[in-house]
Design a protein around this ligand. Structure first.
Ligand code: ADP
Length: 695
């Protein structure tokens, strides 16, 4: 090679390298390389195909004379796959084809035959950078044998200069594109997530898509629960109104394909013949369409569609952006759905709360009222706003039970129940039963207070109490008179030796009067014990005589019912610490019950035994009707009478008296089942500690 030839070559390469290296945009770099090649090597047309790291064509430029053709990648793909460029890539070698008609590497195109231009000459060289093929550069001359080895060498030299620049430009374009996608998605994430109102969420998704993809129309279809059909729920852009509410049966058309492949598709040109697609896009002149699945938790819940890019064709990363927006949209739609459901449930809860017949309040854990239902407003006389200013204590009447509530004790998710007075705005005090429990309210722990109006029940209780005291006062003194008269009569009769039937009648009268007296005494004692008075006169007494007297008292009625009375008391029992009169009445009560609730001819047993070091246990057992386990607690309440014994007369105060009297003795009373049938009442009384008196 001559010296000035070498010089001009160097100069050329320097120029090429400077020109291509100063551009960053891939298309510009490719154009400049192509012009440099055509200008210095010759030929009428040239092309460059750029490949990614996997050897897939990603961009290309064709120069025809001075005319540039972009977006020719699709067109050139065949050459890369089967033609000359493919051969060069596979062999990593340059190729010189003096006569294309003589070379099988040359892919014959239709124009080769039609224009009858037939034979041409061509040079094709690989563009290498860092040992990798980044593209292929091809020059074609319309005359065979126009290119020779010199041209090939020059091409190779230009290609060597261009390789790195092409790679850089490609990487730069990729990073630009990635940055664009990232920005689009990041913008999407911010805007799409900003709302939880469904229609608003839809609109944001659509706006984001239309902006990121620059298309005429976007639409969003969601899978309908049940049918599985896809229904267009929102659309925006040109003719968007025609899409909303359209329905695509499950699995049909493009949506069906997206569903099946579980990924988006881009259709550069829609075939007008596809029936189902025509039905959907009726009223929309759709040329190109991109579709991406809307996914939430791995499930496709809908599709996002972009129709007709403004530029005519979709960007290579349109699908990527759409898929990104699709999965963002999925979780946001799901959140909005959940939110709607929560709102719905809350609404329903609120309705239940408001319509409850009981007044209900909700307070925080320190008692500040947060919510009040309609009934609470009615009963308290305060407005909802007033109630929300209050501490729940303010509704507890001054001095009423639980006026100072121990809030710590209430926070255990158990139901707490107590009675108190509700202080109204009119300064009235309504008797209420309060149920308190911890609930979760608006993501926080709260207390729910149900106030049940018990005015009526209280009124009834008061009537009964009034009646009890009336009976007591109006009966006690006449009764005492009857009894003393009877006892005065009795010895006289005996002395006179009158006939036995009179004495028997007198006995009956006396027994009955004594029973009435015991009942009156029990009623009085209940009242006094309930109000906390200590009515007992406890002393160290023997148990046996008390039991015996009790048995004597009920003997007549037991005898009249042919019931056997068995006494079961050891002789060596220690003295007890008791009020003999009260204990006797307790035992008589139990014996009378046993007789009442045991059929004729039944068996009744009374006994006592040492329970432990400190207590004697008494019992009264019968083989009568028995008491169901669920009632064994309840029978000790005042006025409690059981259904199955309703035919037997009684007030239901006997056992209430027994309970109060025994607990005043610091003892216990309970009921058990008697085997094989019947009832056994047990009670414990403390053993006297006064040793000297026992002796
Ligand atoms: P009264 O006997 O006046 O009804 P009590 O307080 O003595 O009231 O008893 C309450 C209820 O307990 C009775 O009505 C009855 O239903 C039940 N009861 C008490 N003792 C017995 C028993 N020995 N056997 C079966 N039921 C009994």
């Amino acid at each position: 090679m001559a010296k000035d030839q070498t010089n001009s070559l160097l100069e050329l390469l320097y120029r090429v390298s400077r020109e291509v290296a100063t551009a960053l945009d891939l298309r510009t770099v490719l154009q400049r390389v192509l012009y440099a090649a055509i200008d210095n090597v010759g030929g009428e047309r040239g092309s460059i195909v750029v490949m990614d790291d996997d050897g897939k064509p990603v961009d290309s430029v064709i120069v025809y004379g001075r005319r540039i053709h972009d977006d020719t990648t699709q067109q050139l793909r065949v050459t890369v796959e089967r033609g000359l460029a493919g051969w060069v890539v596979r062999n990593r070698k340059a190729a010189l084809l003096p006569d294309t008609s003589q070379d099988r590497r040359w892919l014959r195109r239709p124009d080769d035959a039609i224009q009858k231009t037939g034979a041409k000459s061509a040079i094709c060289v690989p563009l290498l950078a860092r040992e990798k093929i980044v593209g292929v550069l091809t020059l074609v001359h319309s005359i065979p044998n126009a290119f020779n080895e010199n041209h090939l060498q020059l091409m190779q030299a230009i290609a060597d200069q261009a390789g790195v620049a092409v790679l850089n430009a490609r990487l730069y374009t990729e990073s630009q594109r990635q940055a664009r996608v990232m920005t689009a998605l990041a913008d999407g994430a911010v805007t799409i997530n900003a709302s939880l109102q469904m229609q608003d969420v839809f609109q944001r998704i659509l706006n984001q898509t239309i902006q990121a993809l620059q298309v005429e129309t976007v639409a969003l279809a969601l899978r309908e629960k049940g049918s599985g059909d896809f229904v267009f729920r929102a659309a925006t852009g040109k003719d968007a109104g025609n899409l909303v509410d359209r329905r695509v049966p499950a699995g049909q058309g493009l949506i069906g394909k997206v569903l099946k492949d579980r990924r988006g598709i881009v259709i550069p040109a829609i075939k007008k013949s596809t029936m189902s697609e025509r039905a959907i896009f009726e009223g929309i002149d759709s040329k190109a369409i991109a579709m991406a699945p809307i996914q939430a938790q791995g499930k496709i819940i809908g599709v996002l569609e972009a129709i007709n890019p403004i530029s005519g064709i979709f960007d290579p990363d349109a699908l990527l952006v759409m898929t990104g927006i699709g999965s963002l949209a999925g979780s946001t739609i799901q959140n909005a759905e959940l939110f709607e459901r929560v709102e719905e449930t809350q609404k329903r809860y609120y309705e239940l709360f408001n319509d409850s017949i009981d007044p209900i309040l909700i307070s925080d854990l320190s008692g500040n009222i947060l919510e009040a239902n309609r009934q609470a407003i009615t009963l308290s006389g305060y407005t909802a706003e007033e109630l929300r200013q209050f501490d729940v204590r303010k509704l507890h009447a001054d001095g009423a039970e639980r006026f100072d509530i121990d809030f710590d004790e209430l926070e255990d998710y158990q139901l707490h129940k107590y009675e108190t007075g509700l202080q109204t705005s009119e300064n009235e005090k309504i008797p209420v039963e309060v149920y308190v429990r911890t609930i979760d309210f608006q993501n926080d722990q709260a207390l729910q207070w149900t106030f049940r109006d018990i005015t009526e029940r209280k009124e009834l209780d008061r009537l009964r109490d009034d009646m009890a005291s009336m009976i007591y006062h109006d009966l006690r003194s006449p009764l005492a008179n009857i009894l003393s008269s009877l006892s005065m009569l009795q010895p006289n009769k005996q002395d006179a030796g009158d006939d036995d039937s009179d004495i028997a009648l007198l006995r009956i009268a006396q027994h009955s009067a004594e029973r009435i007296q015991r009942l009156v005494a029990s009623l009085l004692d209940i009242n006094r014990l309930e109000s906390g008075q200590n009515i007992l006169t406890q002393e160290s007494v023997e148990a046996f005589p008390i039991v015996q007297e009790a048995v004597e008292a009920v003997k007549p009625s037991a005898n009249s019912r042919q019931q056997t009375l068995i006494l079961n008391i050891p002789t060596d029992l220690p003295n007890i610490w008791a009020d003999a009169d009260v204990l006797r009445r307790v035992l008589i009560n139990l014996l009378e019950n046993a007789s009442k609730f045991t059929p004729q001819g039944g068996k009744i047993e009374i006994g006592a035994t040492r329970e432990d070091d400190t207590h004697i246990r008494f019992w009264v057992a019968d083989n009568g009707v028995g008491i169901a386990p669920e009632n064994r607690q309840h029978i000790f309440e005042k006025f409690a009478r059981l259904q199955n014994t309703a035919t037997v007369s009684g007030l239901g105060v006997g056992l209430a008296f027994c309970r109060l009297a025994i607990s005043a003795h610091s003892g216990q009373i309970w009921v058990e089942e008697e085997e094989p049938k019947g009832t056994r009442f047990n009670l414990t009384i403390p053993i006297s500690t006064k040793k000297e008196e026992n002796a």
